[in-house]
Design a binder for this molecule. Structure first.
Ligand SMILES: [Zn+2]
Length: 181
């Protein structure tokens, strides 16, 4: 089904055209995601597990909008995250709570430590930042920067740390690790 994609001002952080807006013009369904604050809004007709539209009155086979169930979901998360890899590909998403943010930092740290002993390639993570709407401003924080030899992920890991991280007397410094190769 056809959709129109545009960039709109974010209704949460007020970022100028920072929100990706996809609008399905035949159904009126909509999906919005702001890369700066992670805000999202979705408005879709309810579907079953097979992807078929669910009718209010199943005896009425009509798929008119008034026989469908519109579900909307708006999320104002704790923060957004942006990940870049050597190939320049990015990945972004939202972290709902501070706990989710801390879990994310732990998962990224575990991943980076595990891959530190291997060959770096285009899929290797080069940069991670968080972007958070707080006190009326967007706060961007670099969490990890391979080129800049910078890693703050451990600061934000959950307390207590995971057992596999506690085993390290100190977290391996990535350049020490990678220079060994
Ligand atoms: Zn926003």
């Amino acid at each position: 089904m056809g959709s129109v994609i545009s960039f709109i001002d974010c209704p949460h952080c007020n970022g100028k055209e920072t929100a990706h807006d996809e609008f399905w013009y035949k159904s009126g369904e909509q999906s919005v995601f702001c890369s700066e604050c992670g805000y999202s809004y979705q408005s879709f007709y309810k579907r079953d597990d097979d992807g078929n539209l669910v009718r209010k009155d199943e005896s009425n086979k009509s798929l008119n909008f008034d026989n469908l169930i519109l579900e909307t979901n708006e999320i104002k998360p704790y923060s957004a995250y942006h990940i870049k890899t050597g190939q320049g590909f990015g990945q972004m998403g939202a972290l709902l709570t501070e706990g989710d943010f801390r879990d994310f930092c732990r998962d990224m740290l575990v991943h980076i430590n595990e891959s530190a002993s291997g060959e770096r390639d285009g899929n290797s993570i080069t940069y991670i930042e968080s972007s958070r709407f707080y006190n009326g401003n967007i706060m961007r924080d670099t969490l990890y920067d391979y080129e800049g030899d910078y890693n703050r992920l451990a600061e934000f890991c959950p307390d207590p740390m995971l057992p596999e991280l506690e085993q390290h007397e100190e977290l391996p410094h990535k350049n020490e690790h990678w220079n060994e190769q």
